[in-house]
Design a protein around this ligand. Structure first.
Ligand SMILES: [Zn+2]
Length: 273
C-alpha cells in the first residue's frame, strides 16, 4: 500500500481528459445475493463483459458476515483473476440518528435509499470506525481491495474526509464521479443505474438510462451499475444488457475501476479547470 494522501480532500482537482473505458459494477454482493450475482455474471459474458467491479458488503445488514461464509469466499476468490473486489460500505444499513432531522435528510435516507445511506452523514470518526470494522471482515477473509464505494453512493463531506484519512483506499466513486484519492483527481462520469422498487420507477429508469447513455456518448468513461434486484425484472435486465453491449461497442473493453484508473495513470493530464 502506498502512502496515504497528505493534502486535504478539498485539493482534489477535476480531470478534463481521460482514457476511454466501460466499467460495469455489481452492487450488494454478499452470501445472500451470490446466486443472482452468478446469474448476472453469466449474462454479462454473453454481451462481451468478463471483467467487472464486484461491490462486496462486509456484513450485509449484520446478517451475512463474509468471514463466516467459506463457500461465498471460495466463489469470490475464484473471480479475482478477472474481476475486482471493492468494499461496499460495512453493514449497508443506516443507523437511526437521534435528534431532529431535516425533511431533506429524511427524504434522502428513507425514500431515496430505503434506509441504506450508511455513510450519508457520518462523522469523520464514525466513518473511520465503520471502515476499520469493514476492513477487519475483509482481512479475516483474506480479501484485499483498493476501492471503497458507499451504499447508494451517499458519502457526506465528513465521511469523504474520514475515508481519505484512513489512507486504505486508492479510490472511491459517487453517482457522478470517480475520485482517485491518491492522485487527488476527480473524473466526471455519471453512472447508469436502475431503480426497481416500484413499477413507475422501473419505467422511468429505462427512459432515463436511455437518455443518459446518449448524453454520455462524448464521455470517455461509461459506467453502468447493476443491483441484484434488477434481474427480477426482465425489461430492466434486457435494457441494461443492451446498454452494456452498446457501451462496449462505443468504448471497447469493459474493465474494473482499478484497471481503468491504472490506464489513466499512463496519460498525462495536461489541464485542469
Ligand atoms: Zn449497495
Amino acid at each position: 500500500m502506498e502512502d496515504s494522501p497528505s493534502c486535504g480532500i478539498s485539493q482534489i482537482q477535476t480531470a478534463t481528459s481521460f482514457v476511454n473505458g466501460v466499467v460495469v459494477s455489481i452492487h450488494d454482493v454478499h452470501p445472500g445475493s451470490q446466486v443472482i450475482v452468478e446469474e448476472i455474471l453469466r449474462d454479462l459474458v454473453l454481451v462481451g463483459v468478463t471483467e467487472t467491479s464486484l461491490l462486496v458488503v462486509p456484513n450485509w445488514h449484520g446478517k451475512y458476515p463474509i468471514s463466516a461464509h467459506p463457500e461465498f469466499l471460495t466463489w469470490v476468490r475464484s473471480k479475482i483473476k478477472s474481476h475486482e473486489v471493492v468494499m461496499h460500505g460495512c453493514f449497508h444499513r443506516r443507523d437511526e440518528l437521534k435528534g431532529q432531522r431535516s425533511i431533506i435528510d429524511n427524504v434522502v435516507t428513507k425514500f431515496y435509499t430505503a434506509g441504506e445511506g450508511e455513510f450519508y452523514d457520518t462523522s469523520i470518526e464514525k466513518t473511520k470506525k465503520l471502515i476499520r470494522t469493514g476492513l477487519g471482515y475483509f482481512e479475516s477473509s483474506g480479501l484485499k481491495c483498493k476501492g471503497f464505494i458507499a451504499p447508494a453512493w451517499l458519502l457526506g463531506v465528513e465521511a469523504l474526509r474520514g475515508l481519505d484519512e484512513c489512507g486504505a483506499f486508492l479510490y472511491t466513486v459517487t453517482l457522478r464521479s470517480v475520485i482517485c484519492l491518491r492522485r487527488r483527481t476527480c473524473y466526471i462520469s455519471q453512472s447508469l443505474c436502475y431503480s426497481t422498487r416500484a413499477a413507475w420507477r422501473r419505467i422511468l429508469s429505462i427512459f432515463w438510462n436511455e437518455f443518459l447513455l446518449n448524453t454520455l456518448s462524448e464521455n470517455p468513461l461509461i459506467r453502468i451499475s447493476l443491483h441484484p434486484p434488477d434481474w427480477k425484472f426482465p425489461a430492466i435486465k434486457r435494457h441494461s444488457l443492451r446498454c452494456i453491449q452498446k457501451a462496449v461497442l462505443m468504448r471497447g473493453r469493459a474493465m474494473p475501476y482499478e484497471v481503468w484508473l491504472n490506464k489513466t495513470k499512463k496519460i498525462k493530464i495536461l489541464e485542469y479547470p
